[in-house]
Design a protein around this ligand. Structure first.
Ligand SMILES: Cc1cc2nc3c(=O)[nH]c(=O)nc-3n(C[C@H](O)[C@H](O)[C@H](O)COP(=O)(O)OP(=O)(O)OC[C@H]3O[C@@H](n4cnc5c(N)ncnc54)[C@H](O)[C@@H]3O)c2cc1C
Length: 334
């Protein structure tokens, strides 16, 4: 395989009701950094129907080129049609890197594409950097997050991997940016599609997704019991945000596992993170450092979280949080 023939950094975009997922915008931003070092382009792959808004968004966030595939069979994500489309595109354009968010769809799609192209793939990475030999160094936690391994593909292309949301920040959008948009027609015949989406049922009580939220209220062991998680929910509700927690809360069964923030949980990048009763262990901090503003409420003035917090309140969360909720309500009522 002549690996020099493979060029450009591809990000496969996922859309939800027309809007682009945050993780894709984060990958475009990091993709630009990777592309700069080799003088390549960041190319967004947008598959779906009525994707004009998504195309504008990815260009505003830095895509140098967009390849669009539209059609009825691409209206909602489908393993067979999407993998057929991405494989055909990759065979035609020969990208050097093919990456996607480590979402349910990303985890479904890219390993399948890798198998069809007969190359390897790195799953669920937390970093994508340029390695020593110029190949991409994919970093991924292993053994339950106790070790980090670095994977490189030195002899095959494209280099394929999924990356966790929150591993990088998004760039600043520029609505004046322009980029070439290439429309490709790839037919996936109905008889090639072995599964049908009959209905999409929203999960109950999930609210705003942690990885998409602009405000995250996180609770720690300081909450003391499962009942007190409602205080976090109340604060998140007045701020229009999502609730998450430390592993201590998840291990205690106070919160669902998908709400864990940190090294072995979700990495988040909200505009505002408020941590309540959280000490600031390195494994938790690893998941919040992309937040724009970090607020910590802890009764211990020496809690390590204050070292990285932009604003800190030394106090009992059961006194501070209710006051905060009341004050926010007053401001909103003005
Ligand atoms: C391999 C590995 C992976 C891990 N991955 C993760 C991960 O992804 N995410 C994660 O979060 N952790 C992770 N951990 C666990 C991590 O090391 C910590 O144990 C955990 O983050 C601690 O959670 P905590 O801050 O809620 O609890 P603690 O460290 O016990 O801190 C509780 C804090 O609450 C404060 N407090 C108590 N009562 C109050 C009150 N009434 N008002 C205000 N403050 C109060 C205390 O002063 C204290 O600082 C991992 C550990 C390992 C070994």
């Amino acid at each position: 395989m002549d690996i020099q023939a493979f060029k450009n950094i591809w990000v496969v975009i996922e859309t939800a009701n027309g809007s682009v997922k945050n993780v894709d915008l984060e990958l475009i931003n990091q993709g630009k950094f990777l592309a700069e070092s080799s003088g390549e382009k960041v190319v967004a792959i947008v598959i779906g129907q009525n994707v004009d808004e998504a195309v504008k968004t990815v260009i505003a966030y830095g895509a140098d080129e967009v390849i669009v595939i539209e059609g009825e069979n691409y209206q909602v994500y489908n393993t067979d049609s999407y993998s057929n489309a991405v494989v055909k595109l990759a065979e035609k354009f020969q990208p050097s890197v093919l990456m996607m968010g480590s979402t349910n769809n990303g985890r479904d799609l890219l390993p399948r594409v890798a198998a069809r192209l007969q190359v390897g793939s790195a799953a669920d990475c937390t970093a994508v950097e340029v390695g020593e030999d110029g190949s991409i160094a994919w970093t991924r936690p292993i053994y339950g997050g106790n070790l980090l391994s670095t994977v490189t593909f030195t002899e095959t292309r494209p280099q394929i991997g999924t990356v966790r949301a929150g591993s990088y920040g998004k760039g600043q959008p520029d609505s004046g940016r322009t980029a070439e948009v290439i429309k490709e027609v790839i037919q996936t015949h109905a008889d090639q599609i072995r599964t049908k989406v009959l209905e999409i049922i929203k999960s109950v009580g999930q609210g705003i997704k942690l990885e998409e939220a602009e405000v995250v209220v996180a609770g720690g062991r300081g909450l003391g019991s499962a009942e007190n998680v409602s205080l976090m929910t109340e604060l998140a509700d007045v701020l229009g945000g999502a609730v998450g927690g430390t592993r201590a809360c998840i291990d205690a069964g106070w919160m669902a596992p998908q709400l864990q923030i940190g090294q072995s949980g979700k990495r988040i990048s909200p505009k505002l993170y408020i941590g309540c009763g959280i000490s600031g262990a390195i494994q938790h901090i690893g998941g919040i450092t992309s937040s724009d503003i970090i607020v910590a409420i802890n009764k211990d003035p020496d809690a390590p979280i204050f070292e990285i917090a932009d604003y800190g309140v030394v106090g009992d969360l059961f006194e501070v949080v209710p006051i905060l909720i009341e004050e926010i309500k007053k401001v909103k009522a003005r």
